[in-house]
Design a protein around this ligand. Structure first.
Ligand code: PMP
Length: 321
């Protein structure tokens, strides 16, 4: 679907996957004016196809659009486009456990003009691909490196938007962490380099004693849809969830004393990903004996159960095709 100043969003269409042609001066190449989303379609045991909370992705896409000065996209149009495309590609949705169709809607600024101002032309596209488990480790714990040198977003910046620049800003640290054998980077806040924010593509949760704590949304990291779903499930089970600033030194202390029982990341791709090890300033901290904890397992089983239709959907999250 295209946008240009005079016509608004227009010309929605489905075309075979193929390279696209863009002017070398297209604004997206030079000023990074682009946003994206990520969600999944699942096939149930009965063969039905369903999406997980797609309206939340549209709402977030429009928040990202707003932050990047990209025109809003109509919710109905977005859902119709999504549904039509999934229908066309439904044969690609595998039926095996842990597999799904990953859907990537995105907007790029296409106006061919060198000059820093919002583009007058955009292209909105949706591509998709069948996926298996996100990490080679599956539901087994991952190891995370706490990044204390680089930052990738600050309050008031674009950290709450799902935009390419945030990921570009994280590549250097991610490369360093991977070279040391870590799966992902845990980002600290950009001002004090003290408060935990998010992992490369996941939000984070820590089980401290009987409570679960997760960083409060502060305007510099992404409001994950899986994060919101995990909080709702935990509260539904009567588990106290605290959303608050979490200093890294508190976690290090809690880990040393054994009060930190479990840690896990949440995200569309990874669903629930237990964290078995944190490295911070040359110290390696093992969490929960490096094993998948019971809460991570319960959340993973329940969320995937809801997504694949094995469990009741008490919150009405799934949308049938
Ligand atoms: N933080 C970042 C930076 C991400 O890229 C993602 C993945 N979209 C998340 C958190 C988790 O968000 P969600 O649960 O909506 O996938």
């Amino acid at each position: 679907m295209n946008y240009d100043g005079g016509q608004g969003w227009h010309h929605p269409r489905i075309v075979p996957y193929q390279p696209i042609s863009l002017d070398p001066a297209a604004k997206v190449f030079h000023y990074g004016q682009t946003v994206f989303e990520g969600l999944k379609a699942y096939r149930t045991a009965e063969g039905g196809i369903r999406l997980f909370r797609p309206s939340k992705n549209l709402q977030r896409l429009n928040l990202s659009n707003d932050r990047l000065s990209i025109p809003e996209i109509d919710e109905q149009l977005f859902l119709e486009a999504l549904m039509s495309l999934v229908r066309v590609d439904s044969d690609w949705i595998p039926g095996e456990p842990e597999t799904s169709l990953y859907i990537r809607p995105y907007v790029i600024a296409t106006e061919p003009l060198l000059g820093v101002s919002p583009s007058q032309q955009y292209l909105f596209m949706i591509i998709m691909s069948p996926v298996g488990s996100y990490y080679a480790e599956g539901i087994n714990p991952v190891s995370i490196h706490v990044e204390s040198h680089y930052v990738r977003a600050v309050e008031g910046g674009v950290g709450t938007a799902k935009t390419a620049g945030n990921y570009a800003a994280g590549l250097k640290a991610q490369e360093g962490a991977s070279a040391k054998g870590y799966t992902q980077v845990l980002w600290l806040d950009g001002v004090h380099r003290r408060y935990v924010e998010e992992v490369g593509s996941m939000n984070v949760f820590f089980k401290l004693g009987d409570k679960v704590v997760t960083p409060a949304l502060n305007g510099s990291f992404l409001a994950g849809i899986t994060r919101d779903s995990a909080i709702q499930l935990l509260r539904h089970w009567g588990i106290e969830v605290e959303e608050r600033p979490i200093p890294i030194d508190e976690l290090v202390e809690a880990c040393r004393s054994g009060e930190l029982k479990e840690a896990f990341g949440t995200g569309t791709a990874a669903v629930i990903s237990p964290i078995g090890e944190l490295s911070y300033k040359d110290e390696k901290l093992v969490i929960g004996g490096g094993e998948t904890g019971p809460l991570s397992k319960r959340l993973y089983d329940t969320l995937t159960g809801i997504q694949y239709g094995r469990e009741k959907d008490p919150f009405g999250w799934m949308v049938e095709l």
